[in-house]
Design a protein around this ligand. Structure first.
Ligand code: ADP
Ligand code: MG
Length: 384
């Protein structure tokens, strides 16, 4: 089979010239002019070698190089940078980002390029042990009571995060059993669930298996993995594989956002313990506030320090008597943010199978979701 080369260059003339040249050499060539589409192409059909000019319209090409390098799935791909900018500093930056070769774009440069591609393809594939690879941060979303908006906050934070961290790989995992509503609220359907995945494990949880169960990126910029489609399936969940699943997801994606709903249990606790942040959703009614206090106390008892909790006030009710101060005093935690009551709009978004942020981008709740996404980015950075 012909080796596959992905050429990424913002300049259409270079693209067509280089593609023709490499095709004459017998390679199967894909030509792409921006970083986003290049990443999608790498994910859907990983090439053997990437030839890249880092000056791209939508992102810094070196960021793309780093992403490929940091991802265990793509560690074997050769990367050749072809750039007009070839000062020592440029070359150093390119190689530091993880490129295998750096070639100056100039007349006759194609000869050197083809030689480097040949050399690259002749090399045995590099293998990176998954444990040696960084990467993800895990954030758990939970509440003391159903209907507080945990799923809404989780899905919309994922949406905001995808918009802020372009190129980041984000997966939302629905861990509400016996069945959750993440898939429904996004119009996603699949028989591939956590319940089935935990039963499909042979010796140990492997990224290659997990990958088969996680969705492709949805049009909102993140992927989804659903817990179970029905109670029967949920009852078959192999609990022993849940923590290994999240440890594996963490090596595969930049952000793993988990919707636990109000399921605080032996299933969720180990994942909550390994999380970089725990987002607790409260609504301003006394029963939810009390239930939230119980959740916070339970987590504290399990040595999860209050500083790791992010308390969000989701005002799903209109007329209330509870103030921010009441909530903070009862729960004994400062509130990090308040999502305003969005009348029927939040439900309309769910019924339209869109994140609220996609359907009502100008509503004020969107600002809170963005703030929350920024907070997660910051907490994630601290954890690295
Ligand atoms: N800020 C809000 N404003 C208006 N309605 C909301 C808000 N947050 C959630 N809702 C509505 O509350 C209901 C429950 O939300 P959901 O996210 O499913 O909660 P949970 O996952 O905690 O059960 C949904 O109908 C949703 O549209
Ligand atoms: Mg829910």
């Amino acid at each position: 089979m012909a080796a596959r080369i992905l050429v990424v260059d913002a300049d259409p003339a270079t693209l067509s010239w280089l593609s023709a040249k490499l095709e004459t050499e017998g390679y199967a060539v894909s030509a792409i002019d921006n970083g986003d589409a290049a990443w999608q192409s790498i994910v859907s059909a990983p090439p053997d070698v990437i030839v890249l000019d880092p000056t791209l319209p939508d992102m810094d090409g070196l960021a793309l190089v780093r992403r490929v390098r940091q991802d265990p799935r793509y560690s074997g791909i050769g990367i050749v940078i072809l750039s007009r900018r070839a000062e020592p500093d440029d070359i150093l930056a390119g190689l530091n980002a993880g490129a295998d070769h750096y070639i100056r774009k100039r007349p006759g440069g194609d000869v050197e390029l083809i030689a480097k591609i040949r050399a690259q393809l002749a090399q045995p594939r590099k293998v990176v042990a998954p444990t040696a690879v960084k990467r993800g941060r895990v954030f758990s979303f939970c509440s003391g009571k159903g209907g507080t908006g945990t799923t809404s906050v989780c899905v919309n934070t994922a949406y905001a995060l995808a918009a802020l961290e372009r190129g980041a790989e984000i997966v939302v995992v629905d861990m509400v059993f016996p069945m959750g509503t993440v898939a429904l609220s996004l119009g996603y359907e699949s028989p591939k669930t956590v319940a089935r995945l935990t039963n499909a494990v042979k010796d140990q949880m492997e990224p290659t298996l997990v990958e088969k169960f996680v969705s492709q990126p949805l049009r909102w910029g993140f992927r989804v993995l659903i817990g179970a489609n029905d109670p029967q399936e949920a009852s078959n969940l192999n609990v022993a594989q849940v923590l290994p699943l999240f440890e594996t997801l963490k090596t595969m994606y930049d952000y793993v956002l988990v919707d636990f709903g109000r399921t605080l249990s032996r299933i969720s606790l180990p994942v909550i313990e390994m999380s970089n942040g725990i987002i607790v959703i409260v609504t301003p009614d006394i029963s939810t506030v009390r239930a939230t206090r119980t959740v916070v106390e339970y987590l504290e008892k399990h040595d999860i320090e209050p500083s790791r909790l992010i308390l969000i006030n989701n005002r799903t009710v209109g007329r209330v008597w509870t103030t921010v101060e009441d909530i903070e005093r009862e729960v004994k935690l400062p509130l990090n943010a308040t999502v305003p009551y969005e009348l029927e709009h939040m439900t309309m978004a769910i019924n339209a199978a869109s994140p609220f942020m996609a359907k009502f981008p100008n509503n004020s709740a969107c600002m809170t979701f963005q703030d929350l996404a920024r907070l997660l980015i910051e907490r994630g950075k601290k954890a690295l």
